[in-house]
Design a protein around this ligand. Structure first.
Ligand SMILES: Nc1nc2c(ncn2[C@@H]2O[C@H](COP(=O)(O)OP(=O)(O)O)[C@@H](O)[C@H]2O)c(=O)[nH]1
Ligand SMILES: [Mg+2]
Length: 215
């Protein structure tokens, strides 16, 4: 019985995600779902990404957070539409909350929606939002074993951004192990190394992203 209930939840989510995807296609809007553990650097990466995308595209953000609007406040400086979703403790966004967020946006006027999911390496991965691609962010301070411990995310990601490269030498993070595990899980993945606070490595990331969103 319990299994049936869970399946229903996931089926319902999947159906709404497909509707979201169709709606985005109709309006020619691309959507990316940024997933990481809390503090890996999603918002910091968005702070490096939005001004570059803004040069050629109309960007909006959907911010997922358990309780606060702090990340949305950090992004206000870019003057773009931002919709905050507070999950009231839930550990992931779902496709219905994204559909509700769309109602606050003028999809016709947009080119790309960046979704910052709730910080968590497991739950957001099971809930399709209707995004085109999912982007995984991992930081060097979290340990090189995380891809093999949380394979679902790293299998599904179109790109993995290894952030906090400026701290690499202060950690025991073995980059070779990380790279080997990532490519074993996902041979097609795009891999980037950044320091989002220092703005290093973000040029390659932005170039790839711009190209990917322009096709
Ligand atoms: N040293 C360093 N700190 C970073 C980097 N990226 C983010 N941080 C810091 O890590 C903390 C969490 O970053 P944030 O972007 O809020 O992570 P989020 O929870 O994934 O959105 C903040 O204090 C950031 O300033 C980085 O590349 N290097
Ligand atoms: Mg954040």
């Amino acid at each position: 019985m319990e299994i049936k209930v869970l399946k229903n939840v996931l089926d319902k989510n999947k159906d709404q995600a497909e509707e979201n995807r169709n709606l985005l296609d109709e309006h020619n809007v691309k959507m990316l779902n940024f997933i990481s553990s809390p503090g890996a650097g999603k918002t910091s990466l968005l702070e490096q990404t939005i001004p570059e995308l803004q040069k050629t595209m109309k960007v909006a953000v959907i911010e997922g957070d358990a309780y606060t609007s702090r990340d949305a406040e950090r992004l206000q400086k870019f003057g773009i539409p931002i919709v905050q979703i507070n999950t009231e403790g839930a550990c992931h966004l779902d496709s219905n909350s994204i559909r509700n967020a769309f109602r606050q946006l003028d999809l016709q006027s947009l080119d790309v929606i960046l979704v910052e999911n709730v910080g968590n390496l497991i739950c957001p991965t099971g809930f399709d939002l209707g995004e085109g691609y999912c982007i995984a962010v991992l930081s060097t301070t979290e340990g090189d074993d995380k891809p093999s411990k949380y394979p679902m995310l790293f299998r599904k990601a179109k790109a993995v951004v290894l952030n906090k490269m400026d701290l690499l030498s202060y950690t025991s993070f073995e980059k070779d192990n990380f790279v080997k595990d990532i490519y074993e899980l996902n041979p097609q993945v795009q891999l980037f190394e950044t320091s989002a606070t220092q703005g290093t490595g973000t040029g390659e990331w932005n170039t790839w992203l711009n190209r990917m969103l322009s096709v």
